[in-house]
Ligand binder design. Structure first.
Ligand SMILES: *[C@@H]1O[C@H](CO)[C@@H](O)[C@H](O)[C@H]1NC(C)=O
Ligand SMILES: *[C@@H]1O[C@H](CO)[C@@H](O)[C@H](O)[C@H]1NC(C)=O
Length: 418
């Protein structure tokens, strides 16, 4: 019984050698994707726990922070969003954020203004129907395409934004729509999805995994599938911006701030607790592999506080962003700008070589000089549960019918189904 031991030792040693020789991705289950061989930037990036670019030192890797807000942009949340105007990245360019837009209640003139100031406008469906199980889960490819493309048409027309600037998508309720949804993204020429949550690939959940970096679907995905249906086909050049779960104050995962729980409502009423919670989660990424750190939410998360007569969420969040702006290697950028860096990674001291991370000396002039607010009544085919709808746009004249799915310009007489 003495023989097996040396054998095991030898096997173990061979294992170590094999591990050292293995590609650097650190992912065991993505054997088919070999960066630099069958997958090359800028169009292809294998799933990885390490930053692209092979910089050698983590100090050279910028820490990206992504702030996104879902649903309608309106006069009641406009000032909140514009309130972050003066926050700058280390290269003195304004921070940028991503807005996943849905149609109803959206004021397209504000969408135009956010875009003018350097923020990203992305897609989050026309209808945002609340029946997740009955509507989104069984959705086929043509319904996904309709929800994406009709919204894209509306934004291009009513907010006067170039179609090429609309690159990203988030599924309502993060109800991932499997191959039907990813195939719709691919066919419409959209560049990325940001709806796919992961708990397995975070920097806090289970060793030995770490936070997953954005990657393309050329060879499929190693990601766990906590919500909805995950795709199984391959989508060359289509990016996944994985949503790494945060670790909330009850030690539970949350993909969006809205579902993060606190022990005693401290994440509702205590600004210092909010700031500490955000810092704690940020530092987990910052000290581990610098995977992009996402804070994804709705304006209602802040509004919930004001109902309770507290601004703690806004204050804690703002203080967190102010603290971030003291760190020389931290860049708060929209997902499309992060994507530009992913395709052409540069160390932090050369980051200004990426045009999308730098800024023009002056903001461009508005492309929405006239703001027009239109009233729609039941005779204009508004959604059945409504008695009236208003829509503010950069365009004239008023569309004859309320714009909606299958009728993005409101030109046709198509009653809206419940
Ligand atoms: C896709 O779903 C829509 C809405 O449920 C339906 O009207 C359409 O016929 C379906 N298309 C196909 C090709 O199955
Ligand atoms: C916050 O406000 C809601 C609705 O007004 C109320 O139900 C809840 O108890 C309040 N929470 C706290 C911590 O005050």
């Amino acid at each position: 019984m003495t023989r097996p031991l040396p054998c095991l030792l030898l096997l173990a040693l061979l294992g170590i050698v094999a591990a050292l020789a293995a590609p650097k991705s650190g992912l065991k289950d993505d054997a088919s994707c070999k960066q630099g061989y069958n997958c090359k930037l800028p169009e292809c990036l294998c799933p990885s726990l390490e930053a692209p670019g092979n910089f050698g030192s983590l100090d050279d890797v910028p820490q990206f922070v992504v702030l996104s807000y879902d649903d309608a942009v309106t006069v009641s949340n406009k000032d909140f969003y514009l309130g972050f105007q003066n926050l700058l990245n280390p290269n003195h360019c304004r921070i940028s954020m991503t807005f996943f837009l849905s149609h109803q209640y959206t004021d397209y003139t504000i969408v135009n203004e956010l875009h003018r100031l350097g923020h990203e406008i992305a897609l989050h469906s026309v209808t945002h129907k609340s029946d997740s199980v009955g509507y989104w889960r069984p959705a086929n490819e043509s319904l996904w395409m309709q929800e994406m493309d009709d919204l894209r048409k509306m934004i291009v027309k009513f907010a006067n934004i170039p179609e090429k600037d609309l690159k990203g998508w988030r599924a309502p309720f993060l109800e991932l729509g499997g191959d039907e949804m990813f195939s719709a993204l691919q066919q419409l020429g959209l560049k990325y999805d940001c709806s796919w949550t992961t708990i397995k690939y975070t920097n806090w959940f289970e060793k030995p995994n770490q936070g997953l970096w954005p990657y393309t679907l050329d060879y499929g995905s190693p990601q766990d599938c906590p919500m909805g249906r995950c795709p199984t086909d391959k989508y060359p050049g289509l990016w996944v911006m994985p949503m790494l779960d945060l670790n909330d104050n009850k030690n539970l995962p949350c993909a969006m701030l809205d579902t993060c729980q606190s022990e005693e409502d401290e994440l509702l009423g205590n600004k210092d607790a909010v700031e500490a919670f955000l810092k704690r989660n940020f530092l987990i990424n910052y000290y581990t592999n610098k995977a992009p750190f996402g804070l994804y939410t709705h304006h209602s998360w802040f509004y919930e506080g004001t109902l309770n007569k507290t601004e703690a969420r806004r204050e804690g969040y703002t203080n967190f962003l102010l603290w971030l702006s003291t760190l020389e290697d931290v860049y708060v950028v929209s997902l499309d700008r992060l994507l530009a860096w992913m395709k052409d990674p540069k160390p932090v001291d050369q980051i200004d070589n990426i045009p999308e991370i730098t800024c023009p000396p002056l903001d461009p002039e508005t492309t929405c000089p006239s703001h027009n607010t239109y009233y729609f009544g039941p005779e204009n085919n508004i959604p059945p549960q409504m008695s009236s709808m208003y829509m503010t746009t950069c365009t004239k004249p008023k569309p004859p019918y309320y714009p909606w799915l299958y009728n993005p310009y409101g030109l046709e007489d198509i009653p809206i189904q419940e």
